[in-house]
Ligand binder design. Structure first.
Ligand code: SAH
Length: 243
């Protein structure tokens, strides 16, 4: 077996000796696009059971079979962090999902806010972006991408233990960083608004939520996609799995 370079997410139980049939798109990718063949090795993960090395034992145009050799990495789940953001234009929304998966979000939730442009999302496409990002970044976990949820409904029924890092552009330039004595190891959510920002009603609702912490992301107004990456960096560095 040659050294494995390609990583593939499979919705299949993984264990030593297990054989796994490939779907047509997987076979097309592995054998057509990536030019792999019988006896080549690939790394596979299913989001729950770590990473495993597998050998191609059958390769065809419409399918193929992998056989699992051994485990190469344990399962690593990200911290319990949700990234909530108001969907923007397609390419920028794709970017946010890809980056959130790389940066270690456990769940990605597009939210409809008062000033959200009615951009529609394709949940299945966004989920596929999260899978690709996990394959690419060496992760063993794939965050679930939800369908669009309404922010007001979510806030009305907000889980008691989950803290919110509320990125409020109205605080731009003020010294309101992510506080020092915030609960570590707790469930968290980052909230990023749309191009139009948050409404005063949304601000009032968040101000009344004890779990919400309004945070500034510096003196400049960032675009939502930049803000999402900046907020995740800040959170991971102070409360997440970077340190
Ligand atoms: N149109 C708004 C800006 C929206 S920016 C205005 O001009 O006021 C999109 C989102 O990114 C915001 O809702 C917020 O969640 C986040 N964001 C951008 N810059 C920020 C900053 N300096 N501090 C905190 N959040 C910021």
């Amino acid at each position: 077996m040659k050294a494995a370079k390609i990583r593939l997410y499979l919705e299949h139980p993984l264990g030593e000796g297990q054989t796994i049939p490939l779907t047509q798109p997987q076979a097309h990718y592995l054998f057509g696009v990536m030019r792999q063949g019988v006896s080549d090795a690939v790394l596979v993960f299913n989001g729950e059971a770590g990473e495993w090395r597998a050998e191609v034992i059958e390769a065809g145009k419409r399918g193929g079979i992998l056989q699992i050799a051994e485990q190469t990495a344990p399962q690593r789940d990200p911290p319990d962090l949700w990234l909530m953001f108001a969907p923007i234009k397609k390419a920028r929304t794709d970017f946010i999902v890809e980056k959130a998966a790389e940066m270690g979000a456990a769940r990605i939730i597009p939210v409809q806010t008062e000033f959200t442009n009615s951009e529609r999302i394709r949940q299945d496409r966004l989920q596929a972006h999260a899978v690709e990002a996990a394959e690419q970044c060496g992760g063993t976990y794939v965050p679930e991408v939800s369908d669009v949820h309404r922010l007001d409904r979510m806030l009305a029924d907000w889980p008691e233990a989950r803290q919110v890092m509320f990125c409020d552009e109205a605080l731009a330039g003020r010294a309101e960083g992510l506080g020092r004595d915030l609960p570590r190891g707790a469930p968290w959510a980052i909230l990023i608004g749309p191009e139009g920002g948050f409404s005063e009603a949304e601000r009032a609702r968040l101000a009344a939520l004890p779990q919400a912490h309004a945070v500034s992301l510096g003196p400049r107004i960032l675009r939502a996609d930049t803000a999402a990456v900046a907020a995740m960096t800040l959170w991971q560095n102070s409360l997440g799995d970077w340190t």
